[in-house]
Design a protein around this ligand. Structure first.
Ligand SMILES: C[S@@+](CC[C@H](N)C(=O)[O-])C[C@H]1O[C@@H](n2cnc3c(N)ncnc32)[C@H](O)[C@@H]1O
Length: 355
């Protein structure tokens, strides 16, 4: 049994151009070319007191949905359909965090909701749509398209654009979508969920029209650093490592996204291109855009820690919730330390079904 150590949107432009197909494919790293290093702001203090109020953003509000749709555990709410398939909560606190992550990623991508070169798409599928925020934004951007979001949890809002709809469904079960019927499939932040990526991509390939596009966007849950300031005992890094071990118990590879490009190629897609980004953890960058993105990333992670650790660390690794809480103290401390210039990679992979 593993135990903790003692010590513990802005609107996108209407015509978002694609990256040159295959442009990133030639990079030496399996994850594509390394983006430029982010310049640190020497004035950012190590304790970053000016941002402490972010911690106060974690106030929870009450649950309004029918109890029969959900499971409750350690004061967190989970999906009931296909119970146990997804290890993270679906309550209001988690939904707010997911929406913050959406804002962070769209800002990082300069307002773009997608990188695939879409031309008048008619049928779009969002796999694991979460709060549905991306699908809703796409519905506004493409009024002529029908956007369907599927998820294990019925947590999406009822009042949405007329061309957007949501369905409770398991993306890892057989799809009833007619073959060759979709123009575009979007799969974002699903590396913590999917057990069988080749299986999912083969279903997606079948459902897409010839010429249709697939797009995968994922954070890589590792603390990277370009200037040696992240300490060897960084607790956020340790948290990610622990989460990798915990999710393994549920047959999920948290770092599966490292194989996205190869998996998309193996599924038969062509014009596969990968675009890597760096997402700073905290407010240490000098550049104001990157500083804002780092603030989003850090706030999103602070809000995530309790919820994402609760089930995997207790059910997966056998920890008690008390052990989880003690452990998270050190993780929060390192998250707030702006003298450590850490970032998490983020990768976009697009591919086209031949034809
Ligand atoms: C980290 S959230 C990402 C939400 C959304 N894609 C986004 O980027 O905002 C993962 C979502 O995938 C859903 N999910 C996990 N496994 C799934 C599955 N097998 N089928 C459908 N949805 C799934 C979860 O319920 C959760 O809402």
């Amino acid at each position: 049994m593993d135990k903790p150590s003692q010590v513990a949107a802005k609107k996108p432009p209407a015509d978002s151009g694609p990256p040159a197909p295959g442009a990133a494919a030639a990079a030496a790293s399996p994850l594509g070319a390394d983006p430029a290093a982010i310049e640190p702001d020497d004035a950012a203090s190590s304790d970053d007191a000016g941002y402490e109020s972010d911690l106060a953003s974690r106030a929870s509000t009450s649950v309004c949905s029918s109890v029969r749709d959900y499971e409750f555990e350690n004061n967190r709410r989970y999906h009931r359909f296909q119970e146990g398939r997804y290890q993270f909560p679906n309550d209001d606190l988690e939904q707010e965090r997911e929406d913050m992550k959406h804002a962070m990623v769209v800002h990082l991508c300069d307002g773009r909701l997608h990188f695939a070169p879409l031309e008048d798409p008619r049928r779009i599928l969002d796999v694991g749509t979460g709060t549905g925020i991306w699908a809703i934004d796409m519905g506004d951007e493409y009024p002529g398209a029908e956007i369907t979001g599927i998820d294990l949890s019925p947590i999406q809002p009822q009042w949405v654009p007329p061309n957007v709809r949501f369905m409770v469904d398991d993306a890892e079960a057989d799809w009833v979508i007619p073959p060759d019927s979709l123009d575009y499939i979007h799969i974002r932040h699903m590396t913590s969920s999917i057990r069988d990526w080749p299986g999912l991509l083969s279903r997606a390939y079948k459902a897409l029209k010839p010429g249709g596009w697939i797009e995968l966007q994922d954070l890589q849950f590792q603390v990277k650093c370009d200037d040696g300031t992240v300490r060897a005992d960084n607790k956020l890094q340790d948290f990610f490592q622990t989460m990798i071990r915990a999710l393994e118990k549920f047959n999920v590879d948290l770092l599966a996204m490292r194989h996205n490009r190869q998996n998309v190629l193996d599924a038969g897609f062509v014009d596969v291109a990968e675009t890597p980004f760096k997402v700073p953890v905290g407010v240490w960058p000098r550049d104001s855009k990157m500083k804002m993105i780092g603030l989003y990333n850090r706030s999103m992670m602070l809000d995530a820690l309790h919820g994402v650790a609760a089930r995997p660390f207790t059910r997966g690794l056998g920890w008690t919730m008390e052990e989880v809480e003690v452990y998270l103290v050190g993780v929060r401390r390192d998250l707030m330390d702006a003298s450590q210039h850490g970032y998490t990679p983020f990768h976009v992979v697009v591919g086209r079904k031949p034809g």
